[in-house]
Each structure stands twice: as C-alpha cells, then as structure tokens.
Write a protein of this length. Sequence first.
Length: 360
Amino acid sequence: MKIGVIGGGQLGRMLALAGTPLGMNFAFLDPAPDACAAPLGEHLRADYGDQDHLRQLADEVDLVTFEFESVPAETVAFLSQFVPVYPSAESLRIARDRWFEKSMFKDLGIPTPAFADIQSQADLDAAVATIGLPAVLKTRTLGYDGKGQKVLRTAEDVVGTFAELGSVPCLLEGFVAFSGEVSLIAVRARDGETRFYPLVHNTHENGILRLSVASEDHLLQTLAEDYAGRVLKQLDYVGVLAFEFFEVDGGLKANEIAPRVHNSGHWTIEGAECSQFENHLRAVAGLPLGSTAKVGESAMLNFIGEVPAVDKVVAIDECHLHHYGKAFKVGRKVGHATLRCDDMAALELKIQQVEALIQG
Ligand code: AMP
C-alpha cells in the first residue's frame, strides 16, 4: 500500500518509520527542498496548491493523509475527487480554524474558555469589555507553537493589538489560570472503533512543548475520553486526533484539537504497545487498531534549536533518541528523546539527566 502524506516534516518522517514495517510505501508532498521525511519515501517537491503534482500524487497512492492541518481547503477538495483522504476535508476545516473549533466544543457541551470572534479592533475592544482581562488574542488560523497569539493583561495591551497580529480574523479567549495542561491522543478507525492513550501532562516553554509525561490512571481520563469521543463521533473522524485540555478546578477545559499525530504522543513509539504513528496508519488504511496500553513509565523531551551530543544522549540507559535531521534554527523542533523506566521516581532522575545535557 502506498500512502500519500501532505507535508514532509518530522511527523511524516515518523509516520514512514512506523509504516514501513507494515509493508507501506510513502510519497510526501512538500515544497521544502530539505523536507526531513524525504529520505524515507518519494518527495514531490511542489506547492500545496500545485494541481499537477496533486494529481500525480493522487494517481500514485492508495490514500492521502496529512501531517499538518493548515492545508488549503482547495487542496483537500481537489485530492478528494481522485483518492480517499483521511481525516476528512470537514475535520480539517473545523480543526484548522479556532472559531469553528471552539464553536463545535460549545455545541457539544464541552467546557472551553469564553471566546469571541474578532474581525476588527472595534470587535476586540467590545469583546474585552465582555470577557475581561487577562485574555488571549489568537489568530483564527495558522497559529502554532505559541505563534500568532498575544496575552492581553492591561488596557494598554489591547491598543493596536489587532493590527499587531496582522489584521487577520482572530479569536479572543478568556485567560485560564490552569493548574496543568494535559493532552489525550485518540484514534478512530474507519468502522468507528475508538481507542485512547493515557492522558499526558505537558509543560511548555515560550509556547513550545518542552516535556510530556504519560500519566498513570489519571483521575480525568474518563472525562477526557468522553469529550474527545463526542468530537470524534461528530466529525466521523478517521485517524489520530490530539485533544489539548487545561486542567482547572478539578475538571477540564478544551483548548484545541489537532487532526493528526501530535508531539505530545511521540512517547508512544517506545512507551506504548502500538505507537500513535502506527495506529494512525492502521486507521486510515482500514486495518484493525493496535493496543494503546502503555509499557512502563515514559516521558518525552523535545530538543529545540539543536540536538545535544548524540553519544551523551544515547549513553543514558533506556533513553531513545529521535534526530529529525533538520538544520539548527532557534525555536525549531529538531529532535526528541523518549525516556523509559519502570517507576516514576527513576523517570524523574532520567529527565534531569537529559535536561542537564540540553543545558550543556
Ligand atoms: P495554543 O496554541 O492555543 O495551544 O496555545 C499555546 C499555549 O499558550 C498553551 O499551551 C497554553 O500554555 C497557553 N494558552 C493558550 N490559550 C490560553 C488561555 N486561554 N489561557 C491561558 N493560557 C493559554
């Protein structure tokens, strides 16, 4: 089976690493000459709107999936005429736009911060008067790793902020004083079977995910599964979907969903019976899903900007390095390590060892 992937970054690379043992081949559509998934399959180097290359991709593969959600709607619509596309165009339409996403949470009875659609500075001023400060202004689309958003704490912060974010459609959200951030990685098969991985605790730095720790019997697991299950059913979703929540007052508030494999699920490569990457491929290919049970305790640490000395990382027992082969760049995710242990105390020590390498 040949899988077409829109995007050729590290998520595409890890999809190919998971799918190759299943007998799958891959073609990546990505305009970047140095797309890091390219060595693992065929690289169609073209823009996402290039219909000739989209047609070529559709002709060559059995199905198409995505490694990022900001794909133009026309690209998805065009491909869908010729080849099965998972997740669906509708799932991407909702997930890539914060307004549609939050409106869906509200319609499904899933708690989420107060929010308002912002099309102008006047809209922003009016929404601040209703929602109050602090609040967060986010672009409706194309935001990632804390980009395209600004925390508004004082009245002065509000002045001119719509223009500062590019005068594009935005969403104003109430600021959530959360006690923690967790994510749930879910997978839904073509026949509707749904499985969930254990909730993951996430720590961000400057808006970028730094550390994910898979949790043991989290009290909010059932609630998170209930909320995610509603979304998966609503979208008739196929594939892996990541659901990010704020933990607040002993409950959950939905932050956002990602219609793809997710950074906070990378630990599943070594830490679960079947990884998020393999389960995504199983789902889209119509294969039975694999077990989402975890194997011991696991944590994932991102390498941002540069990867520490490889010999030092791999010298740590049960520390699994994933080097994406990308060039150094401030703020860019260039690799990660998964740490495995039998107990949480030992895992904490291992996290500190890798942190020390990162700090150099
Ligand atoms: P996002 O791109 O929406 O996931 O936001 C990136 C990070 O900003 C989140 O992981 C939170 O740490 C923080 N953040 C986003 N929205 C809010 C909010 N409404 N209240 C407090 N912190 C937020």
